[in-house]
Design a protein around this ligand. Sequence first.
Ligand code: APR
Ligand code: PHB
Length: 398
Amino acid sequence: MAPNGSINSRSTRVAIIGAGPAGLLLGQLLTVAGIDNIVIEQRSPEYVLGRIRAGILECVTVEALKRAGVDGRLREEGLVHHGIELSFGGERHRIDFHALIGSDVTVYGQTEVTRDLMAARQASGVPTVYEAEDVSLHDFDSNRPRVCYRKDGVEHEVVCDYIAGCDGFHGVSRASVPEPSKRIFERVYPFGWLGILSETPPVADELIYASHERGFALCSMRSKTRSRYYVQVPSTEKPEDWSDARFWDELRHRLDPAAAEALVTGPSIEKSIAPLRSFVCEPMRYGRLFLAGDAAHIVPPTGAKGLNLAASDVLYLADGLIAHYQHDDSHELDMYSERCLRRVWKAERFSWWMTSLLHRFPDADAFAHRIQQAELDYLVGSEAACRSLAENYVGLPR
Ligand code: APR
Ligand code: PHB
């Protein structure tokens, strides 16, 4: 330990801020490629693993986890889904990804992805700092960036070549970029999703996205015995005001009769409300600081794109860093922001569209409702429209 008042200093190639899926996946891809890195996280591992997030993986994400050497449990426990169902007007309509585009998605919780990445990182013995306080970024406009933090009362400094800001929407990385250098694009929706997790079998084999006059609902799952359900609620709602019974009643109301009948209810093991937001920060690179995942962009969860976009950013960044260190070629790093943003904006568009299609907007008039109904009717009646949904949902090519 450094003597009182002094700073404990170390150096590495890449300092990664945040141990969410973006930071941990990047760390693993770099470690596999032999590139020194450190992960600096402000919370404890237990806190990070306590967050319940989405659970749909695109093939690109599954491939990234394979490259990182963490696809073992995912292959065993992940549920491969060949389609989704849309429920409206009392009926369900299946969108068959497999038949339409020959592709699928894997249901495997983000919490489990994070757990697997944490275990692999621990096994490889690379440095990870949890419960780092007052993390701050310095000199990323120079060729000697630094990250400072305090741990157990001792000040630390990491001198590095590059900083990867993987610290989520509320992190310090994006906030460290001077205002005039960044441009923000944002839409906040006037509702959130109230979600519960329950130890009950899922109501159907595939996910059901329901549009109802009382609002949107989603039936998802984590396994064959554990379900994840959501209902759209006004942004002003509090989870405490929602007993389990009230939640199940509301969900049942919003489903088609067959699903409502089949729904198995039980005590919730988690209940929370997530706001819905679309957000992009441009560019995604500032000198030697790269933003990745939720630090750079947020999508409403309707298209299940948040984690997948984070994985896609991280793949571009890992490849750029590997080309730089192994072949002295910085072209991919120079293209990082542009490449990510092209994909990010397409996922933003899709997530915004799915959200607009399926939710009730408080300010929508009768005309807007009819347009929404017509769009749903068109969608399920048109193979071209179904294919468009399918190719976006399973993930556009990189
Ligand atoms: N210093 C260090 N770590 C920080 C700081 C900070 N100042 N601020 C936040 N963090 C940590 C958070 O505690 C969190 O563990 O950064 C991590 C960011 O993780 P996520 O929020 O999960 O973001 P990301 O890794 O980009 O994951 C992508 O996919 O399904 C979506 O939104 C969902 O989290 C998900 C995202
Ligand atoms: C989830 O399982 O939590 C989930 C699934 C699909 C979504 C959003 C969330 O679109």
